[in-house]
Design a protein around this ligand. Sequence first.
Ligand SMILES: NC(=O)c1ccc[n+]([C@@H]2O[C@H](COP(=O)([O-])OP(=O)(O)OC[C@H]3O[C@@H](n4cnc5c(N)ncnc54)[C@H](OP(=O)(O)O)[C@@H]3O)[C@@H](O)[C@H]2O)c1
Length: 312
Amino acid sequence: MKAIQISEFGSNEVLSYTELAEPELNPGQVLIKNQAAGVNPIDWKTCSGGGAAPFIGDLPFVPGWEFAGTVAKIADDVTTFSVGDPVFGFIRFPERAGCFAEYVAAPVDQISLRPAELPVEAAAGLGLAGLTAWQALFDKGNLKASQRVVILAGAGGVGHLAIQLAKWAGAQVITTASAANHDFLTALGADVVIDYHTQKITDHAKDVDLIIDGIGGQVGIEALACVKPGGTLVTLPSATKDEVIAAGDAIKVNVEPIRVEPNSDQLGQLAGLYAEKKLCLNLANTYPLAQVGNAFDESKTGKVKGKLVLTI
Ligand SMILES: NC(=O)c1ccc[n+]([C@@H]2O[C@H](COP(=O)([O-])OP(=O)(O)OC[C@H]3O[C@@H](n4cnc5c(N)ncnc54)[C@H](OP(=O)(O)O)[C@@H]3O)[C@@H](O)[C@H]2O)c1
């Protein structure tokens, strides 16, 4: 099968489009004929030796944690899926998952059926960012109807899904983005969109219940002043979580780090919302698998509007 593999850490020059054996199918797994794989900042961070690199074991390594395709084979003990089922998933994170490949062996408790209304490219981009948004808002942030939530980096993969999920939950949503993305985010339901280039978040968001911090570092630290007593900031970038937690401790704001976890029930809920047209995924760009380096370059700009997906 065709796959992307790295044999050393580095920039795009380490990405090799190569021929590999299909993965082995173990109990509790299905073999997926993969049609598309989502690209996330964690992919290029890990390939360069950061991100999830400590968890992936020895090189070589096939990157990618999310996919969409159809079931090609099932292990003898699998009763919940059948050959031919359309599925999508976010699997094994932060350990190796091998989704930048034509075939993926996936644990059945980390995948979900893909309804007809959910196209394969959108499904491939929904897992990691959608579960991060869901778990940050509801599991870590405990968001309730009528609360006020700030979503920093509203136009990104996580942010644009988090805005829609927060509105679906009945919250009031304030978000940050460049001016070119304001209409996009208003159309997704954001009540207030702040241009972070010219406006300060602390001037426009006060006494908020929850912040989803998609930027981290100094941006997350400055936003802490917007949180009301007893409120929470969930910080997504793991590289800066310690400094944001320390700054939160100093002013008695609860800061929650997060590591997104596979969850088939939540995937099913995301797919259901998509099918009911309560959630959409903005495909910023698709690239053929062999052009993963171009997708990484686009992701590294920090300007992706929605999600990047590789087609296979
Ligand atoms: N801990 C976890 O489990 C976890 C899970 C998922 C993601 N993450 C991390 O969370 C971060 C966000 O992920 P993502 O996939 O959503 O990233 P992304 O899609 O690459 O985010 C790109 C967006 O960031 C916006 N942006 C850049 N600088 C900004 C700033 N200073 N203020 C507001 N918006 C800004 C850009 O919007 P404009 O074009 O409007 O400027 C762009 O749309 C990444 O660091 C990622 O690694 C962590």
